[in-house]
Design a binder for this molecule. Structure first.
Ligand code: SAM
Length: 208
């Protein structure tokens, strides 16, 4: 049977290690603005950064009082993050988060631009929810389908809107704090400054 996913590469460790190896530094090294805005409203505790890449978000969390764990499939990215973390005490996990079973729970689980083929999104993101403590938060951010570059996105089927995420979570257990399409100052792939749009979902798990 053919699906839309037939056209997609395998997003496995060699894919991500190659992507990182192609460039000395892949991302800006800075925290994502949505993380800064949303996590600044929360009381720091333990945090897990899903797909932590070169560590920008994990560094910000650690610098802002969170006991931080970063998890990624790419050893290249994890090694860059380890090298750049200075004296921050961040724990780094080398995991394939598509098959991973949470080994702990965290007050904040955050996933920025962890974009998956649609059939993998539901199982993965609900497992990320399992890793949230009662009373904790799950923050999921992706490139919005309404971003002006969306139609040119190489793998447009990976983009999700807020409803696609909130519909995965039982409203009896999860309160939607934020579910929106949000503009931010960003750059286009060629480096030109431009307004970019993110899908932003922040959920709170019921409990103490
Ligand atoms: C688009 S990058 C985003 C990196 C970082 N969150 C940021 O916003 O700059 C996606 C990250 O997820 C990681 N990743 C992709 N699939 C993964 C998987 N199955 N398990 C663990 N990490 C994965 C990649 O290695 C990459 O670092």
């Amino acid at each position: 049977m053919h699906t839309h996913d037939d056209a997609l590469p395998a997003f496995d460790q060699p894919f991500w290690d190659n992507l990182y190896t192609e460039q000395g530094q892949r991302w800006s090294g800075k925290a994502n603005p949505v993380l800064v805005t949303e996590a600044s409203k929360l009381t720091p505790g333990t945090a897990l950064d899903i797909g932590s890449g070169e560590g920008g978000d994990a560094f910000w969390l650690s610098d802002n009082g969170w006991t931080t764990t970063g998890a990624d499939i790419s050893e290249v990215a994890l090694e860059r993050a380890r090298q750049a973390q200075g004296d921050r005490g961040i724990e780094w996990l080398h995991r394939d988060l598509l098959t991973w079973e949470p080994e702990a729970q965290y007050d904040l689980v955050t996933a920025h631009f962890f974009q998956l083929p649609p059939h993998q999104t539901g199982p993965a993101f609900t497992r990320f929810g399992d890793a949230v403590t009662p009373g904790g938060h799950l923050l999921i951010v992706g490139h919005s389908p309404h971003d002006h570059m969306a139609s040119q996105h190489k793998h447009a089927q990976l983009l999700f809107d807020a409803d696609a995420i909130t519909s995965l979570f039982d409203a009896a257990e999860w309160t939607t704090v934020v579910a929106e399409d949000r503009a931010r100052d960003g750059v286009d792939p060629d480096g030109t400054p431009a307004e970019r749009r993110d899908t932003v979902v922040l959920l709170r798990r019921s409990g103490s």
